[in-house]
Design a protein. Structure first.
Length: 217
């Protein structure tokens, strides 16, 4: 069984927000909801200023705090490492929001909110509600494009190699800062990057064993 994960090269990231928009488009996410974010900051003083880009998403932790605190069993971790939320079981208690040390969960409170207030839902919004029926009063987050992964595998494709089986944010990155694959395969590209580039997870001291790694040197 694979353990799917991602490596993000911070030296390549240009802060273009392609990953954010690709994720939002892929899942027809409603107004105000982002499963991928790019945090941009600056250090130093003019004229010696350095811009820093930090793409963040659900880390799909091996020791996921969100799974442990969920009282209804709505948040679960699959054998392949993907952490998912069952909206039909989610009670909206937001324990997982508080437990996630990476702040990568969002409470979805209003399914009636329109992109163009007062003008009704657009055709894309209507389609999105059919394909990805998020429910008000539940917690939502990145699902690692599980639908692409599962469908790709069923067709004999390899996630991280074949675009049709790879997360949308990885495909959209114009500078190839994102890499996806099997962390448990020592011969996979991301395993090689973790070892050769000394990639590390965000805040390893939390003990969550994330599936997202960063190259920052």
């Amino acid at each position: 069984m694979a353990r799917w994960g991602m490596v993000i090269d911070l030296q390549r990231c240009i802060g273009c927000y392609s990953c954010m928009l690709a994720c939002k488009q892929e899942h027809y996410l409603p107004p105000g909801i982002f499963w991928n974010r790019v945090i941009i900051s600056e250090t130093g003083k003019y004229p010696a200023v350095t811009k820093q880009m930090y793409p963040v998403l659900c880390n799909h932790c091996k020791e996921a705090p969100c799974v442990k605190v969920c009282p209804t069993g709505a948040t679960t971790r699959r054998e392949d490492g993907i952490v998912l939320v069952d909206y039909n079981k989610c009670a909206g208690c937001r324990y997982c929001v508080e437990a996630c040390p990476y702040q990568q969960r969002t409470y979805y409170s209003n399914s009636k909110k329109e992109y163009f207030p007062g003008q009704g839902f657009t055709e894309l919004e209507v389609v999105g509600k059919e394909l990805y029926p998020l429910q008000s009063g539940t917690v939502v987050k990145c699902n690692m494009c599980v639908e692409r992964i599962d469908k790709g595998i069923s067709l004999g494709l390899t996630p991280g190699v074949d675009p049709e089986a790879t997360p949308a944010c990885v495909n959209a990155c114009p500078v190839k800062a994102r890499h996806f694959g099997n962390l448990d395969d020592p011969n996979s590209e991301i395993s090689r990057l973790v070892n050769e580039k000394r990639a590390s997870p965000l805040h390893p001291e939390y003990g969550t064993d994330p599936s997202t790694y960063y190259i920052d040197r």
